[in-house]
Write a protein that binds this ligand. Structure first.
Ligand SMILES: [Zn+2]
Length: 455
């Protein structure tokens, strides 16, 4: 098409030109705005590492830096919302609540508009209030954790606000890829379910991807998820594990971009085999490759505005053990069991009832019209929730299910997993300091509330 028209002929062709070029010009306009901020959170001195009960000393070495990263978005109606991702094992409520409160105060956002996810790396620092009974730390080491958590709280607040201040026109698109290193780890043996390998057990190998490009078409952010424990390594080096390597790989492939990982319902999946740095790097590269395949292919432009919702439900615990149980348990050889029993007995002595429920289980939904329903659940959610919600949520659009969001209170087993028993159902509750396992009713409570919010 010849676009060089003399001024004298413009009047006659004006309407035609307008009709031809209006749709093109409109598609180049950004429907969304995006803003990004990030910060290194690698501990500067020795600190205990989170996630494995077998740890027996603080960490001083690093594989690579740990990060907190925030991506803020604003839809066509001016509705702003922001997600934080982090190379942390857990985000407890005592961390997320002060952060959200301060961000809401500074920006006017609602709680539903702030989503906080952690990667569940087991090579990150202990955060105060998470997995309380797991680590035999002395008073000085506990104080180091308290101070670190204080700095972390301020850092999270700072980058969430900074990302919202950074909003500028951007194109946002979504897609899904696949990678297959996640394996169900609940192995059935004559002695019960162990933390092993169950190659035919349920998993979700999908890799949800959200891409942000600037008005020149340059990739500025890649936000991606995967439903698998971030536990390839158990060494004494700070590391984002496979998710850390995936982010590094993507930031190399798209210079100037920020890669952000959120973990899905990988409570009962492990990267297998594991425990070798070569495998950790390999899984990171495989995940990055899945993201690149999506990002370099045809993605759906995100055009629909967001509706966000957030609710906290009460999750009931099973029948509590009697006082005699705690009196015996207090001399357990397991530090975690003994510490938990001490706290329970202290409550009983003070006349304070042992909790029978958890009243603050967070469920959050970001819904982008009929394009995407994004659910974010608290705790270490097992895959059954992902599979059930993907089946029962309204059929329209993509469905992304995050776990480990807003409050990592404990494992969140399904009714099936609770019945079968094993670590995710039962023994993990000790490390989270809860007095007993969950009641089987929690699955329907969580799923029904999620479906109600997603309407
Ligand atoms: Zn875990």
């Amino acid at each position: 098409m010849n676009l060089t028209l003399k001024h004298g002929r413009m009047a006659g062709c004006g309407l035609l030109l307008l009709l031809i070029f209006t749709p093109l010009a409109h598609s180049a306009e950004a429907i969304y705005k995006a803003g990004i901020a990030k910060k290194v959170i690698t501990p500067s001195g020795p600190l205990w590492m989170a996630g494995y009960g077998s740890r027996n000393k603080p960490c001083v070495d690093k594989q690579h830096d740990l990060w907190i990263k925030a991506l803020a978005l604003e839809d066509s109606t001016g509705h702003r919302f922001v997600i934080l991702t982090s190379d942390l094992c857990g985000i407890p409520r005592n961390l997320s609540e002060p952060v959200c409160r301060d961000v809401m105060k500074a920006t006017g956002l609602k709680r539903a508009d702030i989503l906080m996810n952690c990667s569940h790396t087991h090579c990150g620092p202990v955060v105060a209030g998470n997995l309380t009974d797991m680590y035999p730390m002395n008073a000085e080491q506990l104080e180091d954790v308290r101070k670190y958590t204080e700095t972390l709280t301020a850092g999270m607040t700072e980058i969430l606000i900074a990302a919202l201040k950074d909003l500028k026109p951007a194109n946002v698109s979504i897609g899904e890829g696949t990678t297959r290193f996640a394996v169900n780890r609940r192995e059935v043996t004559p002695a019960g379910v162990i933390n092993g390998k169950n190659p035919t057990g349920p998993v979700d190998h999908s890799v949800p991807v959200l891409k942000v490009t600037d008005m020149d078409g340059k990739v500025t952010a890649l936000l991606f998820g995967y439903a698998c424990h971030n536990t390839t390594m158990s060494y004494y080096k700070w590391s984002g594990d496979y998710a850390g390597f995936a982010q590094i790989e993507l930031e190399k492939a798209y210079p100037g971009s920020t890669a952000m990982f959120w973990i899905g319902c990988g409570g009962d999946a492990n990267p297998l085999p594991r425990s070798m740095i070569e495998l950790c790097e390999k899984y990171g590269k495989e995940l990055a490759l899945a993201v690149k395949d999506v990002a370099n292919g045809k993605m759906a432009p995100l055009i629909k505005p967001i509706t966000s919702s957030y609710s906290e439900v009460t999750l009931p615990l099973d029948k509590l053990p009697a006082r005699e149980y705690w009196e015996a348990e207090v001399s357990s050889k397991s530090i975690a069991n003994a510490k938990r029993a001490e706290r329970m007995l202290a409550k009983l002595r003070a006349g304070v009832p042992i909790p029978t429920e958890y009243p603050h289980y967070p469920i959050q939904i970001w819904k982008f019209g009929d394009q995407l329903t994004w659910v974010a659940l608290g705790g270490e959610v097992v895959i059954d929730y992902n599979l059930r919600l993907k089946k029962e949520l309204p059929a329209n659009g993509m469905k992304w299910i995050a776990g480990y969001s807003n409050d990592v209170i404990a494992y969140i087993p399904s009714a099936r997993v609770l019945k079968e028993g094993g670590y995710e159902a039962d023994s993990s509750q000790v490390y989270y300091g809860l007095p007993t396992k969950w009641a089987p009713a929690i699955e329907d409570i969580i799923v029904n509330k999620t479906l109600e919010l997603a309407k």
